[in-house]
Design a protein around this ligand. Sequence first.
Ligand code: BGC
Length: 798
Amino acid sequence: MSLKYEKIINQMTLEEKARMMSGKNTWETVDFPQYGIPSMTLSDGPHGLRRQAGAGDHLGLNASLPATCFPTAASVANSWDEKLGEEIGVALAEEAVTMGVNVILGPGLNIKRSPLCGRNFEYFSEDPYHAGKMAAAYIRGIQSQGIAACPKHFAANSQELRRMANDSVVDERTFRELYTTGFEIAVKEGKAKSIMSSYNEVNGIYANENSHMLQEILVDEWGFDGFVVSDWGGSNDHALGVKNGSHLEMPGTGKSGVHDIVEAVKNGNLTEEVLDQRLDELLSVIIDTHQATEEKKGTAFNVEAHHELARKVAEESVVLLKNEDNILPLRPGTKVTVIGDFAQNPRYQGAGSSLVNPAKQPEFILGEIGSSSLEMVAFEQGYRRNKKSDEKLLNQAKEAAKKAEVVLIFAGLDEISESEGLDRTHMNMPQAQNMLIDEITTVNPNVIVVLSAGSAVEMPWYSYVRGIVHGYLGGQAGASAMLNVLTGKVCPSGKLNETYPMHCEDTPVQHYYPSKERSSEYREALYVGYRYYTTVDKKVRFPFGFGLSYTTFKYSDLKIDESGVTFQIRNTGKIKGTEIAQLYVGRKSDTVFRPVRELKGFARVTLEAGESKTVHIGFDDKTFRFYDTRTDTWEIETGDYEIMVGCDAQTMLLTDKLYVAGTVKEGRYEKEKMPEYFNGQIRAIDNDTFRLLYGREIPDGSWSGEIRMNDAVCQLYYGKGILGKLFYGVLRILLKISEWQGKPNLNVLFNYNMPIRGYAKMTGGFVTMEMARALTEMANGHRIKGTAHLIKATVKRD
Ligand code: BGC
């Protein structure tokens, strides 16, 4: 195989090649000026750059250079606007190059398997098609500026608890249809130049070492020609990773990474030919992206223009969830009382590696309301973040609420409720806020709740309030964007990227998520989010794809041909507005189980009052396909398909049938043997049924009591070693303190969920694998043996 950088590679020694495959430090790759190889900088940035100028860490702990804080992915996904995604991508890259960043570590597009995942705010959708399209748009935008995007985390990485020590046990069909289709779109349509493998194992093999994922799917099927980087500290057996399709181990592991590769080549576990090929692929991106950063590094980006863009994005992302008697928009001069700590101290982004140091002071409602057409008669804090209900604050808020025509309550999830590194245990908003909303509705009938949260919440007060507007996490210009929607300057058009169940207990993964064992079994298979609720006809608070407008739309005249669907949408209201129409496809089959409908396309249509437009949504290679595990390929079942156009996943407005001549007559599943997968009642799948779907033995995920190197630190509790238990205890106390303080402690969370092996991967060579092995022995109660090994390994470390 010919190499693009053969000349350079031929000059390099084996050790030099090995050095290239591991970072120089937390964010940069090794450089070899003598060969013309510059260093490449990678930096987080799914909704804004987090380029650390000084000491690097990957948890958002140390300050980063100021950058525009755009709304997070969960917010932007509500816009369903690919063009907007591209614009954000361009802006992110414009900022990145000024900071010398060659690779933006984003977008994140893991599937929202459960509303409880603490990182949902960073992800686009519960649907892979939607997530993939948005991700591809960001990637196109980012890469148009000469640098690389890095979609993450590939794949089946939907749980934060023990995120680095978890085996996702998922059947191949579900894996393909749900958990990798988004990445497929990101790679094929976005042409991503890099991809980040996830921390977890997939069916017993680390994603970063998984040749099925990294070679067969990513390269052979999707034609990926960029480089794969491990998630930070996620590399396990580095040489095996490189052999199986991974390239770069980050952060750098000092000499150990080099040693692993050199040894593997010497003992024949990794051929130098494969190493050269990986190096060539890595060099291609390093060299290709170098020029863009070289030219622009140190220049300034347009802070004001990007702030404006952040506002536009936030405006498009707002979702109007309830508007009883058209209480919204508020007419000019409306006397409002503003209640809620979020109005003075906004919740505008999430916590963790995506944390942005905003280029402009983030807006907040109290700071912006004076420039709006509203007349604020009073403000009250109402609740203290993360604290029990405070009677005094509550009473003050009630008094203030009586003074106004309309009460705006700013509420949602506080910082500790959702974060990288933790999963929620329930879907409630803090009790103090729920109580406040309830109480305020008893003194003023015109209550509008304005939400900030990166994920779905329960709304026990739904029936008592007249309006609900959701801004998700709206970025640094979120406050003025929200006021523009409340006052009607902007007609809301956002639609939810996820279902809002009535209760957390209703979720399809209620019994499977988060897994507390070694493995996380995806027994619900395809029935995630709306795929489940619509199939079993379960009442939800708001369906996927739902959002109201200040105007109304009428759909008509569905026509279907081989290329796709065509229909009319008319704006039947009095103002200009934008509708997001959604195409769903379903098919009843006795041999291929499916949800009643799945999203296969969407269109954003802006219409003047009274205007009509013809809308076309094309079919593509994903419209009718299913993954056939008999042939290990995508097939199309021959037969009738139901074609549905709706305004959300539950409301189908135009439907018809289409006969499709497929590639196979039928599928492989026997309905009588797995009725649950055919009727969607998947909440209590037994071992036999799951085994049938999985197609092999279900791995034993239960704890044996023996701690392994790849077990998370939070499992030290089960070990026999007293020191391990002590360390676990200290972390628990620190977590409790951070809960009490209301701010996630990312360092502690990271350690808590990290395998012992992680210490050898995250300390730049300070802790070696041998030392980690010794620590594992100690965790298992072999104190003397472990200490002796630890001393020996420490002495040996060079
Ligand atoms: C996160 C990634 C992030 C990386 C670098 C990891 O802990 O999972 O999303 O890009 O850190 O900060």
